[in-house]
Design a protein around this ligand. Structure first.
Ligand code: MSP
Length: 520
């Protein structure tokens, strides 16, 4: 029998700064996929949360002059508060300072130790607090002074660190990982990330320092609390601590592990596609099916940064585009996996073009004609012409076509497929000109309007994952029962019934004014 469980995760976000467009982006992408899979009949578990340990967070708390736990409580709440305004349908929210998480971290550590993969030694090397990452000499450039180097990939400042540290025998996993990548060609996406990771691993891995002694804001190492765990071994474990692995909480592991997809930003692919599978292999746990990296947004051509004052906050997104509009613009404005430039004017044009003029206009035009000319009931359907059939067949094919795209994390292609039917339907209205048929051939007018209503039903069902509010409103206007809105209803067996009374149609997607003022 087909496995109908689906587990999807976002990165857990550092609480050293406030949420912004980048976090909303990744979380929305995961949400679209989670909603899509639910409508496709899967039992979905969707996890997001916050990453609260490590030197970076400890330093931010110190700077703010607050106790680290209190600092984390405050910022984690801000990340939580962003979810509902953007209609994020997560099933759980994990915080790494929770007990359930710490217990799982300790249990995982013990498994790695039992497997003989942990040993105590001394670390001497370059460390970037901003990235919470160790870098090799070949990954660094000279910095502003002799004590500082710059990580070429990220631009983060690195300092020399020398301390006693536990190590994980990552070097033993080079061949095992390369074999795993070969056997599972879709494990890392997009292709560019996969190539980068494979090339990195193929050079041969060195053992990984997995504990720190120079600060204490972390999960203590079992049996030696002079050490706290390296924040990445702690953070990655969230994906199983949230399922209750070895922590005495309700155990969802059987149902949802291995994860179907970890959605991550491209800069953290290495941690998810190298360290995480190696830890899991060592603990004898199954590996996730996919790690998919989204690209990076810049804003109006510039990297978002506090100093440039161009950080787009969640509030700005909501004010400018609303919740559905933000979700749509973020997902449609750049192919998932690519980098992109977020431009206010382009987002407004996209929303006006595809939502106000596209789906909104299609629904508004068709439903008002039905209200006016068909006594506000679903029109009578006569014999279908070949144009009618072509349009309906394309609409009915959407669940299958789009699921392939969503499985490959090609979210923009799923949108393109749905909006291609919206475009065809708008062209069909113009070509069929039902307003002319009213006098010339009222029966045919009824059929044309029926086809339109049925296509609107289909595209709105398909649009629910991306536009949860707007799509629902249109489906309400078709008087469609809430329980009849899944992809299983997207066929002629569940087609609209002629004669059913419809409510008064209302516009769903207002046109946005293009303010000359910038979005940020
Ligand atoms: N805490 C780690 C992740 C641990 S996962 C086990 C972390 N946190 S973070 O707060 O820095 O969040 C980074 C993630 O936010 C990125 O991987 C990406 O998903 C998202 N983004 C942050 N800024 C972004 C852009 N400018 N553009 C697109 N996504 C970005 O790393």
């Amino acid at each position: 029998m087909k496995n109908k469980n689906f587990y999807i995760t976002t990165p857990i976000y550092y609480v050293n700064g406030d949420p912004h467009l980048g976090h909303v982006y990744t979380t929305t992408a995961a949400d679209v996929v989670a909603r899509f899979k639910r409508l496709a009949g899967y039992n979905v578990h969707f996890l997001t949360g916050t990453d609260e340990h490590g030197q970076k967070v400890a330093q931010s708390a110190e700077k703010a002059g607050i106790d680290p736990q209190e600092f984390c409580d405050q910022v984690a709440q801000k990340f939580r508060d962003v979810l509902s305004p953007f209609q994020i349908s997560n099933d759980d929210f994990i915080r790494t300072t929770e007990d359930r998480h710490k217990k799982t971290c300790m249990a995982l550590w013990k498994k790695l130790e039992d497997a003989g993969d942990i040993y105590l030694d001394k670390y001497a090397g370059w460390y970037a607090v901003r990235d919470e990452a160790y870098y090799g000499e070949d990954e660094l450039e000279d910095g502003p002074d002799a004590d500082t180097k710059i990580a070429t990939a990220t631009g983060a400042e690195c300092k020399w660190v020398e301390e006693e540290s536990y190590f994980f025998r990552l070097s033993d996993y080079t061949d095992k990982l390369l074999k795993f990548y070969d056997d599972n060609p879709d494990f890392i996406g997009p292709k560019s990330s996969a190539n980068e990771i494979k090339a990195f691993v193929a050079q041969g891995l060195t053992d990984l320092s997995i504990s720190r002694t120079t600060f204490d804001w972390g999960v203590p190492v079992p049996g030696n609390d002079k050490h706290v765990m390296y924040v990445w071994i702690d953070a990655l474990t969230n994906y199983i601590s949230a399922l209750g692995w070895e922590n005495g909480e309700s155990n969802l592991m059987d149902q949802f592990w291995p994860a179907d997809v970890h959605v991550v930003g491209k800069e953290i692919t290495r941690f998810h596609a190298i360290y995480w599978p190696a830890f899991l292999m060592s603990a004898n746990l199954p590996l996730p099916k996919k790690v998919y990296a989204n690209g990076w947004w810049v804003v109006e051509g510039e990297k978002m940064s506090k100093s440039l004052g161009n950080v787009i906050t969640p509030e700005t997104l909501l004010e400018n585009y609303g919740s559905d509009g933000s979700r749509y613009a973020l997902m449609a404005e750049m192919p998932f996996g690519n980098d992109g430039n977020f431009v206010h004017e382009s987002a407004v044009n996209r929303i006006n073009g595809d939502l106000a003029n596209g789906l909104g206009n299609l629904a508004q035009r068709s439903l008002s004609m039905i209200a006016k000319n068909c006594e506000s009931v679903v029109p009578h359907k006569g014999e279908f012409s070949s144009d009618d059939k072509t349009l309906l067949e394309k609409a009915y094919a959407l669940p299958e076509v789009t699921e392939t795209h969503v499985n490959a994390m090609q979210i923009h292609k799923y949108l393109e497929a749905v909006w291609s039917v919206v475009g065809d339907a708008n062209a069909y209205i113009d070509a069929q000109a039902p307003w002319k048929l009213k006098k010339e051939n009222p029966d045919r007018m009824q059929t044309v309007l029926y086809v339109l209503a049925e296509v609107i039903r289909c595209v709105s069902i398909m649009a629910q994952p991306i536009l949860p509010t707007g799509a629902d409103k249109i489906l309400d206007q078709l008087a469609l029962d809430k329980s009849s809105r899944t992809f299983a209803h997207l066929n002629e067996n569940h087609a609209l019934q002629s004669g059913m009374t419809l409510p008064v149609p209302q516009g769903v997607f207002p046109r946005l004014e293009l303010n000359t003022e910038q979005a940020a």
